[in-house]
Design a protein around this ligand. Sequence first.
Ligand code: HAM
Length: 414
Amino acid sequence: MALPGFRDFYPADCAFRNAIFAKWRDVAHRYGFVEYDGPPLEPLDLFTKKSGQEIVTQLYNFTDKGEREVALRPEMTPTLARLVTARHKDFKKPLKWFSIPQVFRYERQQKGRLREHYQFNCDIIGEAGLEADIELIALVIDTLRAFGLTEKDFVVRLSDRQFWTDFMNERNVPEEERYAVIQAIDKSEREPREKTAEKLGRLATEVFAILDDAGSAKSERLDTVETGLRYRGLPDYVKRDFTVVRGLAYYTGVVFEVFDRSGEFRAIAGGGRYDNLLKNLGEVDLPALGFGMGDVVLGEILKGNGWSPHHGQSGVYVVIADEDYRAQAMKIVQELRLQIFDEAVDYSLQPSKVGKQFQTAEERVFEFAVVVDSQVTDGIVEVKVLATRQQTKVAIENVYSHLMEKRGERYRRG
Ligand code: HAM
């Protein structure tokens, strides 16, 4: 059995996961992002220094055989910062990079939270202007729209970490107490008021007044972002909410979290600006922002909506109707496998009744069957469109073009 919080991916689970990845890649490409990756194992101090205490308590870390302190990555952002810092001169700014790492957190297992997940990360590095924040939020919205979700299904809760930094500056909150205040606000929705009040101490009354009435707090940054999203036709997808501050330590400006409207699930995605992370990591001072979207909550929502990765029929099943001609059939199989892109060309490894072979082809939702029998000695096979049962004699060298023609007819019929 797999460890608690870890998943097995049987073929149907892999198909589902890969369909999610394919959409993620598609939308990222449409926004001009390019893909990168990094190692799943990193030096421990990359995370202890940068991510903040909460994630450090959730690390999978150990000492390796070379006495190095290492950890499985709990998130991608410190790795991205490390990559960019090391070779920033090689890339034109702004960088628009995405990745789909598997990340690991030793969390208490609960609905929507596991100990590993895949996380779609999109980040823009080297652009300080709010246009980048707007672009990134539009991207998170369009990613979810690509799965057929609408403003009725999810909302982006917008906030401003800088607003809270200013708030703490004005009240002379000492540097070492600030992350605790941010953490208390971050958890305030999921915890009883008294508990949050205790953590906030003298700030409690003022903080609650702001949380209860988002209109009472001013943020020109959020005004600009909201206007930008309105121009793009996306105002119904966002809502201002100052309880969102993000649990991670490095955020500095506009931050956001995406939730399902029903309130049934944990966050679908989260991100924001982290303008000081690269500077703190090395000598490179570049502004940055990004988000992460996990496959767990999203997958649960999509399953609830009946979203399915299957696109109907595809591929070719070669039916060997007469075992005497298996060799000729194999030649056709190999030929078609060179011609057909990203679809199965399959056949029965063992001799089997013709009816059985057709049954397999239909169960596995193939689009076409190519039947090989004695006519193959005259260079002829029968091509069958499985959905319509229409059958045609075709010269072997024309099989591929015939299949494409039939498919074209199907598309035109709709
Ligand atoms: P995060 O909010 O910690 O941000 O995680 C982002 C998303 O990953 C969450 O909204 C959720 O969908 C998913 N997620 C997190 N933990 C788990 C878990 N235990 N099980 C399943 N899904 C989970 C970050 O990690 C930031 N590094 C994102 C970022 C990128 N910020 C800037 N760039």
